[in-house]
Write a protein that binds this ligand. Structure first.
Ligand code: NDP
Length: 449
């Protein structure tokens, strides 16, 4: 009889946990997964997937207006039904949730639809009270929204609840100026809300190149989003009229119908029992792991946002894959975190890979910058005064591209392909040698000055 009930017990069925479990099972491991919410995790259930669908839905506001310039007879005020969009998005989320469950069970992994906690290096207790054992435990519980500890914070929502609103808020205040804040500011603004975005500092999306994020700020303000900087949250009060009065430092009180916190996400380790097994956490509560995703306890590993390395779905998936291949597939390999592309699905979207201009200047002796500042053809005919910006950062000595950043329609789609060239270490010359594909926006990549 086997020494343990399972070879692998995964806690958390999000992107990282599902990939690790499915691949481990396909390598022949006896696998079980516990999930207290829904299989699919943040990305599928309350993150990337439903958010992107809302972004598509919201962008029709602009497309319908622009359609008139292209000869279509579209009324000035088109009707929009939030409940139709919301419920159709839920349907799609349900479909993917089903696919994720199937992918686990088809590979022989057992699913426990309940919370699980660690009680020892090889022992897990399920919410039902049952205790199981596993040779290896994988923590893949992800992260959860951080909510500032201010009076009345319970009156606000986070991105988790934003998908479930009864209606589009008339006025919404979004706290934070990162990915989630800018993406939801764009969605609600397109859908007709009066959006105010506040941040404690005076920058948005601080990890992106300054010129690209400045362009987003400029376009977003032009579209009507109101930004307030150096604004620390002081508190929220409900008024007699049922509105929310928000007080922030350095600014007047702001009255809105909805407050949304998008002030970062914290690793979900609270109450997981990791201390019973002696697993070390960092000061943010993230599980500390080595480059094999192993904790300080030999039988316990962790992948994805719970480790707070790079909070991105494709990275969690790679970590899960590398873990499974290494542990059960006789194919040890580690994740390469160099030149990971990322995008912000704002209106318009932005995307980037590699170093920003300031990072390159700090790291390399000599840097050459090339840009293309252009108005997309479609925007010209639509009379839309919105310019795209592409920026290439090269090593001044070798010409190798060390960073590529862009804002404009379809920027994430274009950048994903261009990221291959950056990852492959190509030079500006290789882009210059490539004939433009005309007329396209992507051709700007090979025409940069
Ligand atoms: P971000 O880290 O992107 O932004 C956090 C924002 O909140 C910043 O503006 C930051 O301010 C502010 N902030 C942080 N801590 C506090 C605090 N204690 N009080 C007040 N303000 C605070 O976080 P998000 O929540 O937007 O997203 C979480 C993560 O999820 C992202 O880092 C990203 O990796 C991932 N994500 C990725 C997406 C994508 O790939 N498209 C989409 C959504 C999320 P300051 O600028 O001063 O630091």
């Amino acid at each position: 009889m086997a020494e343990y009930d399972y070879d692998l017990f995964t806690i958390g069925a999000g992107s990282g946990g599902v990939r690790a479990s499915r691949v481990s099972a396909s390598h022949g491991a006896r696998v079980a997964v516990a999930e207290e919410h829904r299989v699919g995790g943040t990305c599928v259930i309350r993150g990337c997937v439903p958010k992107k669908l809302l972004v598509y839905g919201a962008h029709f506001a602009e497309d319908l207006k622009d359609a008139q310039r292209f000869g279509w007879d579209v009324p000035d005020n088109c009707n929009f039904s939030w409940s139709t969009l919301r419920d159709n998005v839920f349907e799609e989320v349900d479909r993917i949730n089903g696919v994720y469950r199937e992918t686990l069970t088809n590979h022989g992994a057992e699913i426990f639809d309940e919370r699980a906690e660690v009680v020892g290096p090889h022992e897990i207790r399920l919410a039902s009270g049952r205790t199981v054992t596993a040779k290896t435990i994988l923590i893949a519980t992800g992260a959860t929204p951080h909510v500032p500890d201010c009076p009345g914070h319970e009156l606000g929502i986070t991105s988790n609840e934003a998908f479930h609103l009864d209606d589009v808020p008339g006025r919404i205040l979004i706290a934070g100026a990162g990915y989630i804040a800018n993406e939801f500011a764009g969605i609600f603004n397109e859908l007709g809300s009066k959006v105010t975005l506040i941040n404690r500092s005076d920058v948005i999306l601080r990890q992106y190149d300054h010129q690209i994020r400045d362009r987003l700020l400029q376009i977003s303000m032009m579209k009507g989003i109101d930004y307030k900087f150096h604004a620390e949250f002081k508190g929220i009060e409900k008024t007699s009229a049922g509105c929310l009065k928000v007080s922030v430092s350095n600014h007047e009180d702001i009255e809105v119908d909805c407050v949304m916190f998008a002030t970062g996400r914290v690793p979900l380790t609270k109450g997981l029992g990791l201390e019973h097994a002696g697993v070390k956490l960092d000061d943010k509560g993230a599980v500390i792991v080595d480059q094999w995703s192993k904790t300080n306890v030999d039988s316990i590993y962790a992948v994805g946002d719970v480790t707070n390395r790079m909070q991105l779905t494709p990275v969690a998936i790679r970590e899960g894959q590398a873990f499974a291949d290494t542990m059960f597939g006789d194919n040890p390999h580690q994740v390469d975190y160099e030149n990971v592309p990322s995008a912000v699905f704002s209106h318009p979207p932005m995307a980037g890979v590699g170093m920003t201009e300031s990072q390159a200047k700090e790291t390399l002796g000599s840097v050459k910058i090339y840009t293309s500042d252009f108005r997309a053809m479609k925007n010209v005919l639509a009379n839309r005064n919105e310019r795209g910006l592409y920026k290439m950062i090269c090593n001044g000595e070798t010409g190798q591209i060390v960073g590529l950043h862009m804002i404009g329609p379809e920027a994430p789609e274009i950048l994903q392909a261009a990221a291959i060239a950056v990852k492959a270490g190509l030079t500006k010359q290789a882009f210059d040698d490539t004939v433009a594909l005309h007329p396209s926006m992507a051709e700007e990549l090979v025409l940069m000055k």
